[in-house]
Design a protein around this ligand. Structure first.
Ligand code: IPE
Ligand code: IPE
Ligand code: MG
Length: 268
């Protein structure tokens, strides 16, 4: 049972928002493009890396809130394959902050029963980062609550290419070169194999693009874009995104039940 007292203080904005959420219809998987750290810092005359540092507080709050809402999966986009184009110092600081986060937050992940899994070309990261990631993944592997995926050195096209190559190798090994694969088979060989697709994709900082994130998996995700910059993104913004999600009419290419009846009546 979701403990509402842990999610919002009595009389707070969060409580008012929470009252508008139908807890029986929560998205099961939320994916987030955490964007706007640089602009957040710039607007305060701070170096870009200070935006990344401040963004960690948002990560902490969103992950914990997702666990308390008993969501199935949260996937955070932290570093793309394209982000290597950034200045060396910025990349190094991002990696340092990631290691620091993992060390500091492991206890909280454990106490919230959260399972941590990195996705992306992890073997392309610095060995010291890989070590920390593997350690956190192994330590939390028996947890049964929220699945927290972090996308690192991640690209949606890279994932599709890696999947194609993995499948080709598998078929070669099994001498099944002429096999025909289907969507389920393909999905089950992505980095996110066996994880349900996101229902809701959130992007902060107002940018209207997907920046190579989960290209296959977001086929039918509802998209919520907020102007809020990532370091300012808090529980209340997550609640707003969920309220927006719940206002959508998800048809998956079909028609609403009521429209179906009308069609039958018209034919009669
Ligand atoms: C998102 O913030 C963090 C990462 C991509 C690592 P940005 O650093 O992209 O911030 P803006 O978009 O420049 O404001
Ligand atoms: C997307 O943000 C990548 C992450 C959030 C890790 P970017 O800031 O890199 O994307 P663009 O350059 O605005 O498309
Ligand atoms: Mg950006």
């Amino acid at each position: 049972m979701i403990d509402l007292r842990k999610l919002a203080e009595a009389g707070s904005i969060e409580e008012t928002l929470l009252e508008r959420i139908d807890l029986a219809r929560l998205p099961r998987h939320i994916a987030v493009i955490m964007d706007g750290n640089g602009r957040w810092a710039k607007s305060r005359n701070l170096p870009r890396v200070e935006g990344h540092r401040s963004g960690i507080a948002s990560v902490r709050e969103i992950v914990e809130t997702s666990a308390r809402l008993e969501l199935g999966v949260i996937t955070l986009y932290a570093f793309s394959v394209e982000n290597w184009k950034r200045p060396r110092y910025e990349v190094a600081t991002l990696m340092m902050l990631l290691k620091e986060y993992l060390r500091k937050e492991l206890a909280t992940l454990m106490s919230n029963n959260i399972r941590f899994v990195p996705i992306g070309r992890i073997d392309g990261l610095d060995p010291s980062v890989q070590r920390e990631l593997r350690y956190a993944e192994a330590e939390t592997s028996k947890n049964t609550g929220l699945l927290f995926q972090i996308a690192l050195n991640y690209g949606g096209r890279a994932e599709i290419i890696d999947t194609v190559n993995r499948i080709m190798q598998l078929l070669r090994e099994k001498e099944m070169g002429d096999a025909v694969i289907d969507e389920d088979f393909f999905s089950n060989h992505l980095y996110t194999a066996s994880v349900e697709d996101p229902d809701l994709l959130i992007r902060t900082s107002g940018e209207l693009r997907v920046s190579n994130f989960l290209l296959w998996q977001i086929a039918y995700a509802e998209i919520h874009v907020t102007k809020t910059l990532w370091p300012d993104f808090r529980k209340r913004h997550l609640f707003e995104a969920i309220i927006d999600f719940q206002s959508r009419d998800r048809r998956f290419g079909g028609v609403d039940e009521s429209d179906k009846e009308m069609f039958v009546e018209n034919q009669a």
